[in-house]
Design a protein around this ligand. Structure first.
Ligand code: AMP
Length: 224
């Protein structure tokens, strides 16, 4: 079945460095999608020393995946807070175990993701991009010094905070995170491509940011 146009609930996928988080932010700002970002939720839970954050911290630092039950609990909390409007998952589901969790939510309470958006980019291009990535430590907004720079020299457009590199953007961690994507998340993308082709959309993530965004709007029926 085709997704409603535009889709109400979207899950975005892409290698670390694909630009998926910047795309998610733009979709949130321009088209009213509430973002559920598991990486940001985890980093925030670590900062607050919340029990789920304490459980996830070691995995996060190593660039490894946090256990599915921790992620599911964080997502469930976030969903309770965001209401019924447009919603965009950035970073979930990231394992076949998390796909199963979504299937169970569908069975138990009719929960359905309408569109799976694949921001496709090769490993080398993704690694090259990750070196330029910056994040706002206050609000979590993401930038890229080449493809999606802030308006003013390394400060956040939204709140003026000095931007930082993420700790998991160190070179050896970058390699590990690409491997984790290939081993755990590419099978999730392949799963939706083959099992839900009507809800699967692919965009070319190797283009400049604005071109990827334009293609994404067309893919989601948001360009009218
Ligand atoms: P991200 O900001 O999406 O790149 O995520 C940063 C880190 O958070 C990842 O490297 C993982 O350690 C963890 N993480 C985020 N989302 C998930 C998920 N769905 N399942 C497991 N770990 C996750």
């Amino acid at each position: 079945m085709s997704p409603p146009v535009p889709p109400q609930r979207v899950a975005i996928f892409g290698r670390p460095g694909s630009g998926k988080s910047s795309l998610a932010e733009r979709l949130g700002l321009d088209h009213g999608y509430a973002l559920v970002r598991t990486g940001a939720l985890l980093r925030e839970a670590v900062r607050r020393r919340a029990p789920l954050g304490v459980r996830g911290e070691g995995y996060l630092k190593a660039g490894a995946l946090v256990p599915d039950d921790v992620v599911a609990a964080l997502v469930a909390q976030a969903l309770a807070a965001v209401g019924d409007g447009r919603l965009l998952f950035d970073g979930f589901p990231r394992t076949l175990g998390q796909v199963e969790i979504l299937v169970a939510w569908g069975r138990e309470r009719g929960y359905r993701v309408d569109c799976f958006l694949d921001v496709a980019i090769g490993r080398e291009a993704a690694i090259a991009r990750m070196g330029g990535r910056r994040v706002c430590p206050t609000c979590g907004a993401t930038y890229h010094m080449v493809s999606h720079p802030p308006r003013h020299d390394e400060t956040c457009d939204l709140d003026g905070t000095r931007l930082e590199r993420r700790k998991d953007d160190a070179p050896e961690i970058i390699e590990a995170r690409q491997r984790v994507f290939e081993e755990s998340t590419q099978p999730v993308v392949d799963h939706y491509r083959t099992h839900a082709p009507g809800r699967y959309r692919r965009v070319d993530g190797e283009q400049p940011f604005e071109a990827v965004y334009a293609e994404t709007l067309r893919a989601l029926g948001l360009d009218a």
